[in-house]
Design a protein around this ligand. Structure first.
Ligand SMILES: [Fe+2]
Length: 383
């Protein structure tokens, strides 16, 4: 792998995503989960500076020691930091200053990568590339939230086009035999620690849909009173519906009796054939229950994943985010990457239309809390 080329490609992709923003768009944090774009572009830079340049590049001079406080996300090992809810309250460093920080770190990184790089550093670098790609997806979803919650509903990019993924013809469920399946990453390439160890799982016979649930199908659930019938919901989900007065997926707006949807193009009439998205786990579960079906477990999803086309939506599974047998955290700060989040979250499988190309794989485990909807989540049914 040409490390310099890969580094440049990853860094440029982040800046391309931000190239459609106005300066003011970079700064706001409308809710805790949505970070200001300028924080993302500083944080991913901080990651390379903290984990590569400072420990491994002899003579490297830290750009600004105060930035560790501002751009550390959740690494206790690396010291104190701005609390997450306050990321949007910082008018400084400015967007221009953060781009200067990026440039400084990029030049140092390119100098560093011209030399000999050991295997341990290479591993950290590849983690850094994948980390920045994860933030590219977060940038896309956070930007959507920021613009989509502005009453003017500004477009992000009128030329935005989701990658084309053909889900194929026919909707007969795929039958899977009972038996022992191997789950988890295998091979020579990169994977996150949470995809290991590969292990055996026994599955009963099951069937899984080759397609994602569409907006049209989800609309039937809404129109049949799904949000007003406690029988389809977990107790916690039902409380969430009532407390938040939820009536539809995030970004849906009923205008003159016609459903509209905020997209990267602005507010548009709902596209009925698109897979439903921006739904919580609670909603995915309730929809499946209303259909008399269920969500697949993450193991069922992975075992069947070569038999359907995935990648349009992160698919909620019925699995809690737990360590696989033999899971081990890396020593030091990097050990905080995944393991400490293995509580109170559900696993999502697949990828979404804003996942960077090549970032995901069949063993990839995404995870979010059950009430969150700002990611491109979706539903695949099983029985
Ligand atoms: Fe991060």
């Amino acid at each position: 792998m040409d490390l310099i080329a890969r580094y440049k490609e990853v860094r440029q992709r982040t800046e391309k995503i931000c190239s459609y923003l106005q300066t003011e768009d970079y700064v706001v944090q409308p809710v805790v989960d949505v970070s200001p774009p300028k924080w993302h572009i500083g944080h991913v830079t901080w990651f390379f500076e903290t984990f590569i340049l400072k420990p491994y590049f002899m003579g490297y001079k830290e750009y600004n020691p105060d930035y560790n406080y501002v751009f550390n996300s959740y690494y206790e090992t690396v010291g104190t930091r701005v609390i997450r809810t306050d990321r949007g309250n910082l008018s400084r460093p400015t967007v221009i200053e953060i781009y200067s920080y990026r440039k400084y770190v990029d030049e140092a990184m390119e100098g560093f990568l011209c030399g000999e790089v050991g295997d341990d550093v290479k591993e950290l670098l590849i983690l850094g590339f994948n980390h920045e790609e994860q933030h590219q997806e977060l940038l896309m979803t956070d930007i959507k939230y920021i613009l989509g919650h502005n009453p003017l509903f500004p477009a992000y990019n009128k030329n935005y086009a989701a990658p084309r993924i053909d889900e194929g013809e026919g909707d007969a469920f795929i039958s899977m035999d009972e038996g022992i399946y191997e789950i988890g990453f295998t091979g020579d390439g990169f994977c996150f620690d949470n995809e290991l160890n590969r292990h055996k799982v026994y599955l009963n016979a099951y069937e899984i849909s080759p397609k994602l649930v569409t907006n049209a199908e989800y609309l039937e659930f809404i129109n049949s009173g799904g949000y007003h019938d406690f029988r389809h919901w977990h107790a916690e989900g039902w409380d969430w519906v009532k407390t938040n007065k939820v009536e539809a997926p995030l970004y849906w707006h009923l205008i003159d009796n016609e459903w509209h949807n905020y997209t990267y193009h602005g507010l548009e009439p709902l596209h009925l054939k698109d897979p439903v998205t921006h739904i919580s786990y609670f909603e995915a579960y309730a929809y499946a229950s209303w259909k008399g079906l269920r969500l697949p477990t993450e193991f069922e999803w992975e075992a069947a994943s070569s038999k359907f086309n995935w990648g349009r939506r992160w698919e909620w599974t019925e699995s809690s985010y737990l360590p696989y047998p033999g899971f081990a955290k890396a020593p030091g700060a990097i050990g905080e990457y995944n393991g400490k989040f293995m509580v109170n979250q559900k696993v999502l499988r697949g990828a979404s239309e804003v996942t960077p190309p090549g970032h995901s794989r069949a063993t990839y485990r995404n995870f979010f809390q059950t009430n969150l909807r700002w990611q491109f989540t979706g539903i695949r049914l099983a029985r």
